[in-house]
Design a protein around this ligand. Structure first.
Ligand SMILES: *Cc1c(COP(=O)(O)O)cnc(C)c1O
Length: 415
């Protein structure tokens, strides 16, 4: 899993021009390391098919919401897809544009809606009839009109891991396809909302784009049905979900995907919106960790200083991440289970990896830029990892390692 940004030079793994051994010596482990150039390249690859088109790309920041990442994308012209008031505060703190921000999520509170409205966000992606009424109410109280889009559940199978599949009837997300038309009709009668668009998001890490096209066709049929009733739709938001290569998956090229999307949209006058998360960040980051102990037994365990509290994906979804040695190999190759110190058998980062390990060695868990640090916890009273962004030869700490004091700084022992 090497790329121009994560390259072995003279036997030592580098991120851009920084040897990871130097980075570990300076900043310790476990540490998330991001390549700024890889982020920019991912953005350019995603948007390459959009030149000359009326389109807005809103980074789904739940994939990685570090301010440095947000600021990088904001400067490239990105909008943001948020799922909470906390995420909107991050957009603002990073210098992002609220007018390019769209608000998704099944449980927006009236308080969050009011705050987003006050900031002048681009659109609310509405997930239920009751939420539509709540937005209308909050907007009228504030003397405003809220731009809305209905998140329609197209009932297509994304054929991905069930935990990251969202477009089936049985999922909690969106408004049923069959109920959408009626809800749009109701929205036309609400003075606090303005119908701006329609959206869907069927799941994550899709390697086959066919379900995305199926969903698109269903959305377009709704757009046409609405137009026939005189309900104009200004934008079509196709959500995120484009998969990335963790191992050897065949993943869609974003430019090919865009070409097919525009082909299917045809002559309809619609602004297109996309909400990529993983696609922009997964392969721009790694988790750097050090081997604490080797425990060869029936299975060979290498206990490292990163754990499921730092990177949950292997434990949560049996996700596979490449794990590579940072230095040159000295010991003989053997199959190792790479596990953390957390007291759970589910605490592993990789199983049966052919590695030549010695205690004290550094390992890089690759493709950890998406759904890594954002899912980190303090389980087992482990301070969360530091985050470092590399840019050429420079490395900036973009989030400090948590201190032990911070672990219980908010706690109180009664009288
Ligand atoms: C999570 C999410 C995304 C991003 O999904 P990726 O698979 O990371 O691209 C986009 N839109 C919504 C509504 C989401 O919940």
């Amino acid at each position: 899993m090497e790329s121009p940004f994560f390259e072995r030079r003279g036997g030592r793994l580098h991120v851009e021009d920084v040897p990871l051994e130097d980075l570990a010596a300076l900043h310790g482990t476990p540490t998330y390391v991001y390549s700024r150039a890889a982020l920019v390249e991912a953005w350019q690859r995603f948007t390459s098919g959009l030149a000359g088109r009326d389109a807005l790309v809103c980074y789904a920041m739940k994939a990685n919401s570090n301010l440095a990442i947000l600021s990088t994308f904001a400067r490239l012209g990105a909008g943001f897809d948020i799922v909470s008031g906390g995420e909107l505060r991050r957009v603002l703190a990073a210098g992002g544009d609220p007018r390019k921000t769209i608000f998704s999520g099944v449980g927006k509170t009236a308080q969050e809606i009011g705050f987003a409205l006050a900031q002048g966000i681009r659109c609310f992606n509405v997930e239920s009839a009751s939420e539509l009424e709540c937005i209308d109410h909050v907007a009228r109280e504030a003397g405003k009109v809220a731009p809305i889009s209905l998140r329609v559940n197209p009932d297509v199978d994304a054929r991905t891991h069930p935990y990251i599949s969202t477009g089936l009837k049985e999922n909690k997300f969106g408004v049923d396809f069959d109920a959408a038309l009626d809800l749009y009709r109701r929205a036309t009668r609400l003075r606090g909302v303005h119908i701006a668009g329609i959206d869907c998001h069927i799941g994550s890490q899709l390697s086959d784009p066919a379900p995305l096209y199926e969903a698109l066709d269903r959305m377009l049929s709704l757009v046409d049905a609405l137009a026939a009733e005189g309900i104009g739709i200004e934008h079509l938001d196709l959500g995120g979900g484009l998969g990335v290569r963790y191992r050897d998956e065949n993943v869609p090229d974003p430019a090919d995907y865009m070409r097919e999307v525009f082909h299917r949209v045809g002559s309809r006058k619609l602004q297109l919106m996309f909400e990529p998360g993983r696609n922009l960040v997964a392969n721009a980051g790694l988790l750097l960790t050090r081997v604490i102990t080797l425990k060869p037994a029936t299975r060979n365990f290498a206990v490292v200083d990163a754990a499921m509290n730092d990177l949950l994906r292997p434990s949560l979804y049996s996700a596979w991440h490449a794990i590579v040695q940072v230095g040159s190999r000295v010991a003989p190759l053997a199959p190792w289970d790479i596990v953390g110190p957390v007291c759970e058998s589910a605490d592993f980062l990789g199983k049966e990896r052919q590695l030549a390990l010695a205690e004290g060695d550094l390992l890089a868990v690759m493709s950890a830029g998406a759904y890594g640090m954002v899912m980190a916890s303090n389980y087992n009273s482990r301070p969360r990892a530091a985050e470092v962004m590399v840019n050429g030869r420079s490395m900036d700490v973009v989030r400090e390692r948590e201190s032990f004091e911070s672990l219980y700084a908010l706690e109180h022992i009664p009288g």
